[in-house]
Design a protein around this ligand. Structure first.
Ligand SMILES: *[C@@H]1O[C@H](CO)[C@@H](O)[C@H](O)[C@H]1NC(C)=O
Ligand SMILES: *[C@@H]1O[C@H](CO)[C@@H](O)[C@H](O)[C@H]1NC(C)=O
Ligand SMILES: *[C@@H]1O[C@H](CO)[C@@H](O)[C@H](O)[C@H]1NC(C)=O
Ligand SMILES: *[C@@H]1O[C@H](CO)[C@@H](O)[C@H](O)[C@H]1NC(C)=O
Ligand SMILES: *[C@@H]1O[C@H](CO)[C@@H](O)[C@H](O)[C@H]1NC(C)=O
Ligand SMILES: *[C@@H]1O[C@H](CO)[C@@H](O)[C@H](O)[C@H]1NC(C)=O
Ligand SMILES: *[C@@H]1O[C@H](CO)[C@@H](O)[C@H](O)[C@H]1NC(C)=O
Length: 454
């Protein structure tokens, strides 16, 4: 792996150049793991202590009994760690630190490590929550080159927030709850090994940031906890999520407006609402998401699999998305594009404007569907989905047949596609491109079929 900062996205090649069709371009779509983080050469905080300044929250008076308020100790420890180069802010193992809503601000001195081995727990009573931070518990703002790591747990104690949600009880007012952890307006941040659980609302948010790499992270919240997205990416670029195991009450991963060059690799999702782009376009807003790759995922028992959801009346676009090597077990809507998304108590009127969806490739997607419509392309009548490509799809149902639903969807399938993609209408250009591909396949050996690894 070279150390390019850039994410090489071959889509920059004009679509019609050099005889390359969009199908080839999508196959080649690469979101390279720009590994500038490796250049930072983090010494292990345990072995290279000589070189590091250890800032232990206990030294600032944190008690860690799960009852005492450790907020001020964390704030003071942060001030110290943030101001000294090469420091390690340590949250020790075996204890529970109760911390209120806090914004940990940068910029910090170089190479800050936040080593979380113990548990950080939120106060559980919504009534006592600081009204100034209603939407956020622990937020990390304006960091450059920081590493969060450890075997610790970040626990939002969300039970009472969930009970107060209008999704749980219609007589509750609909108001938001805090996101547990937010990385905000930061760059070159790496998050490794941590567990996020029982967040008040979203578990882990990456917002307004660039170059964020998340690996070996676990997210866990009950299947019926409302709006507890696992990892939420908004207004961020060059984000890699790798080896993440997510089980929660909403989307395992959600990617929303202003996000591009997002790569997800080796993702386990379940329970949850699947891996989503969107929602986008709510209240006639502009939504833009592009260059997204999902490579190797396993979804089990989720309500959706690979989902793109947009509201009527929006504008903007979702384009250049590739999903590949995905296995689904017992998923209700394995492949779904829903341009009529309406997560509202009122019905949403159809409108002429919509977020435009194009260049979406699904390759090597197998498994079982809980519903009959294993593939659903519900696209706007006025703004059709275009350039949808299906290649090597095998979705079955144990107790019945499966089918594909299409509304205003243009695209094509090649190779084995089950259920059949016949309801997609195809443009002449798509057909020529796919015919060429099928000729190539016929000419090549079977080994040759397994090519173009990312
Ligand atoms: C964010 O950090 C940069 C330095 O990295 C600094 O110049 C800027 O003032 C900070 N912004 C805020 C709002 O604190
Ligand atoms: C934490 O929140 C509680 C409850 O609102 C409050 O009494 C306490 O003063 C807060 N602690 C700090 C350090 O702000
Ligand atoms: C819903 O909330 C109302 C008012 O707070 C309460 O009386 C009712 O018992 C709740 N219902 C359930 C099912 O929790
Ligand atoms: C969506 O993102 C674009 C570009 O980042 C921005 O111009 C637009 O205001 C955003 N829309 C919303 C609803 O935030
Ligand atoms: C969105 O636009 C439609 C059509 O112009 C309009 O009827 C509707 O009120 C708008 N909705 C919002 C939330 O602005
Ligand atoms: C298809 O995806 C599965 C994972 O879901 C993977 O094990 C398999 O090797 C892939 N097949 C090909 C031909 O790439
Ligand atoms: C919106 O349009 C879709 C597709 O034509 C149609 O199935 C749906 O019933 C319409 N919804 C409303 C609320 O009119």
């Amino acid at each position: 792996m070279n150390n390019l900062l850039i994410f090489l996205v071959l889509l920059l090649v004009p679509l019609r150049s050099a005889g390359k069709g969009f199908a080839d371009i999508l196959e080649d779509l690469q979101v390279q793991e720009g590994d500038e983080f490796e250049l930072l050469d983090w010494p292990s905080w345990e072995s290279a202590r000589g070189n590091k300044v250890l800032v232990n929250v206990d030294a600032f008076g944190a008690v860690g009994d799960g009852v005492s308020d450790d907020t001020q100790a964390f704030v003071n420890a942060w001030k110290q760690a943030c101001s000294i180069p090469k420091s390690v802010l340590l949250v020790p193992q075996g204890r529970r630190y109760l911390v209120n809503a806090t914004r940990f601000k940068g910029p910090c001195a170089d190479k800050l490590v936040i080593q979380i081995e113990g548990t950080i727990v939120a106060p559980d009573e919504p009534k006592d929550w600081d009204p100034k931070s209603m939407r956020s518990w622990l937020s990390f703002y304006n960091l450059t080159k920081a590493l969060f790591q450890g075997n610790g747990v970040i626990d939002g104690s969300g039970q009472k927030w969930w009970a107060a949600s209008c999704k749980k009880n219609k007589s509750n007012p609909c108001k938001g709850a805090p996101s547990a952890v937010t990385i905000d307006s930061s760059s070159a941040v790496r998050v490794k090994g941590l567990t996020f659980q029982n967040s008040q609302q979203m578990n882990f948010v990456i917002a307004r940031s660039n170059s964020v790499r998340v690996m070996d992270v676990k997210v866990s919240a009950p299947e019926d906890s409302p709006n507890t997205d696992g990892i939420h990416i908004t207004d961020s670029t060059n984000v890699v999520l790798q080896n993440c195991k997510i089980g929660t009450g909403d989307d395992c991963i959600s990617i929303v407006n202003g996000s591009s060059s997002i790569k997800m690799k080796n993702i386990y999702c379940g329970p949850g609402h699947g891996i989503s782009i969107g929602s986008l376009g709510k209240d006639n807003s502009t939504g833009i998401v592009e260059k997204v790759v999902l490579d190797k995922a396993f979804l089990r028992g989720t309500t959706n699999g690979l989902r793109i959801k947009t509201w009527q009346g929006g504008s903007g676009y979702v384009r250049a998305v590739r999903y590949q090597d995905v296995r689904m077990d017992d998923v209700s809507n394995p492949i779904i594009i829903d341009q009529f998304y309406c997560d509202s108590p009122k019905t949403c009127q159809n409108q002429t404007s919509a977020v435009e969806i194009s260049q979406i490739m699904y390759r090597n997607i197998t498994g079982t569907s809980k519903s009959e419509k294993a593939m659903k392309f519900a696209c706007s009548d006025t703004v059709p989905c275009t350039h949808i490509i299906l290649n090597n799809i095998n979705l079955q149902r144990s107790d019945g047949t499966v089918e594909t639903f299409c509304n205003s969807a243009v695209g094509i399938g090649y190779g084995y596609v089950q259920p059949s993609a016949e309801c997609l209408s195809s443009s002449d250009k798509d057909i020529i491109i796919i015919q060429k591909k099928e000729e190539e396949i016929a000419q090549s050996s079977t080994e040759h079929l397994i090519h173009t690894e990312l």
